[in-house]
Design a protein around this ligand. Structure first.
Ligand code: MG
Length: 183
């Protein structure tokens, strides 16, 4: 019979470093959520209701991302340690500036996910690598959708009727629970 300690030592576990990095990623996902909520509120204030909806869906998706990492740490028998969420900007010049900031932020997030993957690879941490794959794919999508909107809004320039059309299109975006949370 193994003692509790031996049993624990026998089990595949994540390292202290990985636990710390995943906790930081939870904070980063929650900061992203807060950033997009702020953009949504600013878009509301600018009467861009469709864009406000797009960012509101984004805020919910980012909370899902945090939840996926929380679930993973829990499954690994680790406690999630919540940190303070830093302030976010409150105002943007226009919709184009919002989406440019979104694209640049998502590129930063992609780099964070890739760094987590590099760490997991270095540690032969196959479980974490497997969980991170969904995020690697997700980031391709996140960057692409922000990039499309930057291009569309750049082409629209100051043409309010085109901006209005884009806004109308974004009103149709619906929240879908992230697939790792559906099981
Ligand atoms: Mg995210």
């Amino acid at each position: 019979m193994l003692t509790d300690k031996q049993f624990k030592n026998n089990k595949a576990m994540i390292t202290k470093n990985m636990r710390k990095a995943l906790n930081e990623q939870i904070n980063a996902e929650l900061w992203s959520a807060y950033l997009y909520l702020s953009m949504s509120m600013d878009a509301e204030a600018k009467a861009l209701r469709g864009i406000a909806n797009w960012f509101f869906v984004q805020w919910m998706e980012e909370q899902d991302h945090a939840r996926i990492f929380q679930n993973y740490l829990n499954e690994q028998g680790e406690k999630v340690e919540l940190k303070a969420i830093d302030r976010v900007p409150l105002e943007w010049k226009d919709a184009l500036e919002m989406f440019r900031d979104t694209l640049s932020h998502e590129k930063d997030v992609t780099a964070m996910i890739h760094n987590l993957m590099k760490m997991a690879m270095k540690e032969d941490d196959f479980e974490t690598m497997s969980r991170l794959l969904w995020f690697v794919d997700e980031q391709v999508e996140e960057e692409r959708s922000a990039e499309d909107l930057v291009k569309l809004l750049e082409a629209a320039g100051d043409d309010f009727s085109i901006i209005n059309e884009i806004d109308g299109r974004l009103a149709g975006r619906k929240y879908n629970k992230a697939s790792p949370l559906k099981q």
